[in-house]
Write a protein of this length. Structure first.
Length: 351
């Protein structure tokens, strides 16, 4: 991974280390010069050298501290901690072995530590940028996995995070009920980018539905609802949370209850067959089978045709295990309705 600030950071470390080292060498040079002056050395062979005074030792200690800090800053980062421990070790070496310790540490120990530092594993995995979500789509390759096996297979078995991201993005062009099932598969993806993309798209669907409910509620509060049209629309919107599988468990039950309350309000204001049909479907979802049967009976009394009603009555009979009644309801369908792509396999099975 390229880091633009890596070189300036290393350069600053080298500069500060050199400053400490130069300061330490300056102090050590002053101590040596003072010692030579105090002992009156005139040649390097015959003169005797006296013991260092406390001033000399204090200066040498100060220089050793400065050199120790400079050497510590020159070490690899993982060897600079703990600060106090590293300083004490370096100080003792420099103080007890003046000259020799500094040369050995600077020319042997510091380079050896850099050469022996283990290579760190890469913290980032380079990935190709996914295609932008809002641009003209190119037709997929006929030999691609998406064309052969569908988006579900891509999300389940593809090893490419980019391919799984593209499958999630393709859900924008599907009906919401189909897209939400695929997006929930994306929530279990091992790659963060795929999970976040699926979560974002699910959140957008929920937020859009919630905003529509809020706008419609505000409009009803401002202008009233004498004919129940707003209540019927609110019932439909609340029902979509369960129909689209956006909500589950107690949350789905709450939205279904809200939808039933709204459609009951609409029916009180103006009864109609289609409102009774919606009430029956809500009661089916809530497992209130007697109320569903009463609503479907009202649909028939209000003139709803069998092609619009028989399939739901058959579903009610199936859920209450009245299979003979279910077959009777399916027989009420006209030949054209029985050929519907959704109903045709069901008709073939129960014949």
């Amino acid at each position: 991974m390229y880091r633009p600030n890596a070189r300036p950071h290393i350069g600053w470390r080298v500069l500060t280390s050199l400053c400490w080292l130069l300061a330490g060498l300056g102090v050590e040079g002053w101590v040596v010069n003072r010692w030579v002056m105090d002992n009156g050395i005139v040649d390097s062979w015959g003169a005797s050298v006296g013991a260092p005074s406390l001033t000399h030792l204090a200066g040498h200690a100060a220089g050793s501290v400065l050199l120790a800090e400079g050497l510590r800053r020159a070490l690899p980062l993982n060897y600079q901690q703990p600060v106090l421990g590293a300083l004490v070790v370096l100080f003792l070496l420099l103080f007890l072995l003046p000259g020799i310790a500094f040369i050995g540490l600077l020319l042997a120990v510091v380079p050896a530590l850099y050469l022996s530092a283990p290579a760190r594993p890469s913290a980032w995995q380079p990935l190709d940028l996914p295609s932008l979500p809002y641009r003209p789509l190119t037709p997929p390759n006929a030999d691609s996995m998406a064309m052969r096996e569908g988006l579900t297979s891509v999300l389940n078995v593809s090893d490419s995070p980019v391919a799984r991201q593209e499958a999630i993005l393709a859900c924008r062009h599907l009906p919401p009920r189909q897209a939400i099932g695929l997006l929930r598969l994306g929530l279990a993806d091992p790659t963060d980018d795929v999970r976040l993309l699926a979560y974002s798209m699910l959140s957008n669907i929920e937020r859009d539905l919630d905003e529509r409910i809020q706008r419609l509620t505000a409009t009803r509060d401002q202008h009233g609802d004498p004919h129940g049209h707003h209540a019927e629309a609110l019932a439909m919107l609340n029902w979509e949370y369960d129909y689209l599988h956006l909500a589950q468990g107690s949350t789905a039950h709450f939205y279904l209850t809200q939808a039933l309350s709204e459609i009951d309000t609409a029916i009180r204001l103006a009864n109609s067959a289609h409102r009774q049909l919606l009430r029956g479907r809500l009661c089916l979802a809530l497992k209130a089978f007697d109320d569903a049967d009463a609503a479907f009976t009202q649909c028939a009394l209000l003139g709803m045709e069998d092609d619009d009603l028989a399939a739901y009555r058959a579903e009610l009979a199936f859920q209450t295990r009245r299979y003979h009644a279910m077959q009777e309801q399916l027989a009420r369908l006209s030949p054209s309705a029985a050929q519907h792509p959704v109903l045709h396999p069901l008709m073939e099975y129960w014949r």
